[in-house]
Write a protein that binds this ligand. Structure first.
Ligand code: AMP
Length: 310
C-alpha cells in the first residue's frame, strides 16, 4: 500500500545549541516521505521553486518516492523556514516563514494518486490540505498535522477545523493541542478534538515520547533514549512517517495496530534528530530500525505481580 502526502518542501535555516545550518533540505513532506519510504511507497504532493537544488530531488527520487505530484514553478521561490532552538529542544522558535510558491499553490492530484488509501496531510496551509483530501476517492486512514502558525490565525484555524472534522488521526504536539483547544489538560483537550470527528489524537511530546487518545483507550510510547540530539527539526514529521508507513505496510488500522505504529514512529524520529536536516534519514535501514525497536521494548517493559493484597 502506498502513502500519499501533501506538505511543505523547504529550504530551512536552523540553529540549535549544537550547531547551525543554512538553506538545507527541510519541510514536513520531505521528512515524512523519507521516513515513510523505509516501509512503503510514497506519493508526494507539493511545490518547489526554481531555486530548489537538483541534488534534493535526486535524493527523494533515489527512494521509493513518486514525484509526479510535485510541481516546480520556474519563476518562483521555494518555501523557506528559519528557526532556533535553545536548550529546551521541545520548543521551536520560528524566526522567519516565507510561503513563496505555497502562497499560490493549487494542488492537482495525478489520477493514480486518487486511489490512495493512506493519506497524510503534513503541515501546510489547511486549505491546501483540504483540497488534497477532497481529491482522494476513498481514503481508509487520513493523518493530519498542523502548527502554531496556522492555529494562531482565525482564518486558517477555521479551515483547519474543517480538515480535522474529516480525518482519522490528528497528530499535534502538546503545545499545539493546548493552543488549538484552549484547554490546558491534555486528555481533556484530546477529547475535545475527538468530539470533532477523528478516531484518534496523537500527542507528540518531544523527548518525553507520545500519547494516543481514542475512544478505545489511551496509550503512551516513550521516546527512544538517545545519548545525543543535534537538531529536533522534523521529529514530528518523521514520527508520522514511521507511523503511517508501518500502518500502510501492515494494513492493520486497529487500536493494536495504532499502538504498534507509534513504536515505529518513535524509533524513526530518534534517527531524524541525531543530525541536522534529513542527514540521518538518508540510507536508514530496516536493520537499524529493528535494533532500536528491540531496545525501546527492553527499556519500557517491566514485570510485576502488581500490588499483592495484604
Ligand atoms: P517539525 O519539526 O516536525 O514540526 O517540522 C519542521 C519542518 O516544518 C521544517 O523543516 C519546516 O520547513 C516546516 N515548517 C515550518 N513552519 C511551517 C509552516 N508554517 N508551514 C509548513 N511547514 C512549516
Amino acid at each position: 500500500m502506498t502513502v500519499l502526502v501533501v506538505g511543505s518542501l523547504a529550504l530551512d535555516s536552523v540553529q540549535t545549541p549544537f550547531g547551525k545550518v543554512d538553506d538545507v533540505l527541510g519541510g514536513a513532506a520531505s521528512y515524512f516521505s523519507l521516513a515513510a519510504s523505509t516501509f512503503t511507497d510514497v506519493q508526494l504532493v507539493g511545490v518547489i521553486g526554481a531555486d530548489f537544488p537538483r541534488q534534493h530531488l535526486d535524493l527523494l527520487a533515489s527512494r521509493p518516492i513518486d514525484l509526479n505530484g510535485l510541481q516546480r514553478i520556474q519563476n518562483g521561490k521555494t518555501f523557506r523556514w528559519a528557526g532556533r532552538y535553545d536548550y529546551d529542544l521541545n520548543v521551536a522558535h520560528t524566526l522567519d516563514t516565507q510561503l513563496n510558491v505555497f502562497a499560490d499553490f493549487d494542488p492537482r492530484l495525478p489520477e493514480q494518486y486518487r486511489a490512495s488509501e493512506y493519506v497524510y496531510l503534513a503541515n501546510i496551509l489547511p486549505s491546501l490540505q483540504l483540497s488534497v483530501l477532497e481529491q482522494v476517492r476513498q481514503p481508509r486512514f487520513v493523518g493530519l498535522d498542523s502548527m502554531n502558525f496556522w492555529i494562531g490565525n482565525p482564518d486558517t484555524k477555521r479551515d483547519l477545523t474543517r480538515v480535522i472534522e474529516r480525518v482519522t488521526a490528528v497528530f499535534m504536539n502538546d503545545a499545539e493541542i493546548r493552543q488549538y483547544t484552549g484547554t490546558y489538560h491534555l486528555l481533556q483537550a484530546a477529547r475535545e478534538i475527538l468530539d470533532l470527528g477523528p478516531r484518534v489524537v496523537l500527542i507528540k511530546k518531544g523527548e518525553h515520547g507520545a500519547m494516543a487518545v481514542s475512544r478505545e483507550g489511551v496509550f503512551v510510547i516513550a521516546a527512544y533514549p538517545l545519548e545525543e540530539v543535534k537538531d529536533p527539526t522534523g521529529a514530528g514529521d518523521s514520527f508520522a512517517g514511521g507511523f503511517m508507513g508501518h500502518l500502510a505496510e501492515s494494513g492493520d488500522t486497529s487500536w493494536d495496530g495504532i499502538r504498534r505504529a507509534m513504536a515505529y514512529g518513535s524509533v524513526v524520529a530518534s534517527f531524524a534528530v541525531e543530525d541536522f536536516s534529513v542527514q540521518r534519514l538518508i540510507g536508514l535501514t530496516r536493520d537499524e530500525l529493528r535494533e532500536r525497536l528491540r531496545l525501546l521494548q527492553q527499556v519500557t517493559a517491566f514485570q510485576t505481580d502488581l500490588l499483592p493484597t495484604s
